[in-house]
Design a protein around this ligand. Structure first.
Ligand SMILES: *Cc1c(COP(=O)(O)O)cnc(C)c1O
Length: 346
């Protein structure tokens, strides 16, 4: 059996998402977001987050992140983020491009969470000094890049520091649903009630084809986002095809159900890994991703058995395993079985 733990974007899309696109493809609708489905999505998100908000649909997570940062940061500003963050490492300097040259400053912190003490020091670094790039925004990832999840208190610790310094806070929620299910709180509690100004509400990894929503809670930041999106080439003329995906994603709790499946498969995987001698869990998974270190030869063995996952870039034996809404239980069991067999043989 071929099973992949490479990423959650190896999975396709949920049936109802495609069905919704098929339905939206019938008949005519006004272009560029002036259609009924797009309006409905804004209403649905407003109900979900229990507040008035603005929504800008885009088709990639990178676009959602960098347009959000563009709305928060002048070109001479800096964005404070974790040194392992996606915006800093995996977006090909799109943040710099879309902000017109703002600098990303990586801050360390355990489990890929920004260390509040280090953040505080940088927040006030050379404020008002015309020779220095000005701290302008904070961006954090929920789920983080190593699969940990900020608690509500940890979020508050970051946003309180940012607010005190007058900086808006962006949340990269590429795995928002996975984090939410892990914390068991409400969407409002994990965002605007915790001091988040703009959220990249990811959906692609968890069931849509290509649909992400920039959700703006602090509406004073929405002013120029529509222009930025168009100028950046991300205003889809057939917006309803994107919005229909998001509508299906938000209908009947699909987004929660998908995230619950992904997270529970990770819990099963992690429990299994913990029973295998020689396997070290580097960061305990709280959502649907785990980093661990395999004993020598295990990666090769599992790869030969047709399991795929990423390794080889984080140090000797370190691998990343990610589950998705499509990860089958039998696949997880087969993986654990095969890993155990390897250890017993050696
Ligand atoms: C996947 C991901 C994104 C979005 O990536 P795209 O490929 O541009 O959709 C953003 N942030 C994090 C943390 C991610 O894992």
């Amino acid at each position: 059996m071929k099973v992949t733990f490479a990423s959650d974007n190896t999975a396709g899309a949920s049936e109802s998402v495609f069905q919704a696109m098929m339905d939206a493809a019938q008949g005519d609708a006004m272009p560029y977001g002036n259609d009924e489905v797009t309006a409905e999505v804004t209403e649905m998100l407003s109900a979900l987050f229990e507040c008035d908000l603005d929504v800008f649909m885009v088709s990639t997570g990178t676009a959602a992140n960098v347009l959000s940062l563009g709305a928060m940061t002048p070109s001479w500003g800096s964005v404070l983020c974790h040194s392992e963050s996606h915006i800093l490492n995996d977006e090909c300097s799109a943040p710099e491009f879309y902000t017109g040259g703002a600098r990303l400053i990586g801050i360390d912190g355990q489990d890929a969470k920004i260390d509040p003490i280090k953040l505080k020091a940088l927040t006030y670094h050379k404020i008002g000094d015309v020779h220095s790039c000005q701290p302008s925004a904070v961006s954090l990832s929920q789920v983080t890049e190593v699969g940990s999840v900020y608690s509500l208190e940890e979020l508050r610790a970051i946003t309180d520091i940012a607010k005190e310094a007058g900086l808006p806070v962006h949340m990269d929620g590429a795995r928002f649903a996975n984090a939410l299910v892990a914390l068991g709180c409400t969407p409002a509690e994990m965002t605007w009630k915790a001091g988040i100004d703009i959220l990249s509400f990811g959906a692609t990894k968890n069931g849509t084809m290509a649909a992400e929503a920039i959700v703006v809670f602090n509406k004073s930041l929405s002013k120029d986002l529509a222009f930025r999106r168009k100028r950046g080439g991300h205003l889809h003329s057939k917006m309803r095809l994107l919005s229909s995906q998001m509508k299906a994603y938000l209908t009947d709790d699909l987004w929660r159900k998908n995230a619950e499946q992904a997270n529970s498969m990770m819990a099963l995987l992690q429990d299994g890994l913990a029973t295998i001698p020689g396997v070290k869990i580097n960061t305990p998974a709280q959502a649907n991703m785990v980093f661990c270190t395999f004993p020598k030869g295990m990666t090769e063995h599992l790869t030969e058995q047709d399991f795929t996952f990423y390794g080889g870039r984080w140090g000797e034996g370190v691998v990343r395993l990610v589950t998705s809404f499509r990860t089958p239980k039998e696949g997880v069991e087969a993986f654990i079985h095969s890993a155990k067999a390897f250890v017993e043989k050696t």
